[in-house]
Design a protein around this ligand. Structure first.
Ligand SMILES: [Zn+2]
Length: 188
């Protein structure tokens, strides 16, 4: 991009944001009169519209003389100096909504990890049975157990269960590593 192009881009950006701001003012009249209704909605995707015309995901409802309007997270900032009380309430609501969303994401991730751990536990359990069976079959047939198998079984380098971890991710890592080790015996 040349300097001229960049400048033109800059000007059109500024033009755009002025146009949005104009729409915003046009929709509200005097922004200092409006109050927050306490209603905010997460649409889940950018399918809503701010009064300025911007597509938005988070809707914040404001009212004045029984008229209700919707503003988005960005336009909240227009109220900072002209309506500080409303601004503070909207910023708080925005923060709470985003924290809630983060928490929901965290819970969803944990649920995914639980599912993954259950699956790995089942798969590893099968390998572990195979491992024990292999060892026992040498014993039953009165055969000498190959040294590495004997060693893995008796020095407990192959464990049946993971230790207690505080983070779910560690279990996934443990099963991944343990699976590689145990398969050296079960697939041999
Ligand atoms: Zn807006």
């Amino acid at each position: 991009m040349t300097k001229i192009e960049r400048l033109e881009d800059d000007i059109s950006d500024r033009g755009n944001s002025l146009a949005y701001r104009k729409k915003f003012i046009d929709a509200l009249g005097d922004p200092s009169k409006w109050e927050y209704t306490g209603n905010c909605t997460d649409l889940g995707s950018c399918c809503g519209h701010c009064i300025c015309g911007h597509p938005i995901r988070f809707e914040f409802e404001i009212e004045y003389q029984n008229k209700k309007k919707i503003v988005g997270s960005e336009c909240i900032n227009h109220f900072q100096f002209i309506n500080p009380e409303l601004y503070k309430k909207l910023v708080d609501a925005d923060m709470k909504m985003k924290e809630k969303l983060k928490e929901l994401k965290r819970l969803a991730k944990e649920a995914e990890q639980d599912k993954e751990i259950e699956k790995l536990k089942g798969e590893y359990g099968i390998e572990y049975e195979k491992f024990i069976g292999k060892y026992d079959s040498y014993i039953k047939q009165n055969q000498r157990v190959p040294y590495d198998l004997w060693s893995a079984r008796n020095s407990k380098t192959i464990k049946k269960n993971p230790p207690e971890y505080t983070k779910k991710g560690y279990y996934i890592t443990w099963y991944g590593k343990a699976m590689k080790v145990i398969k050296k015996f079960t697939e041999a």
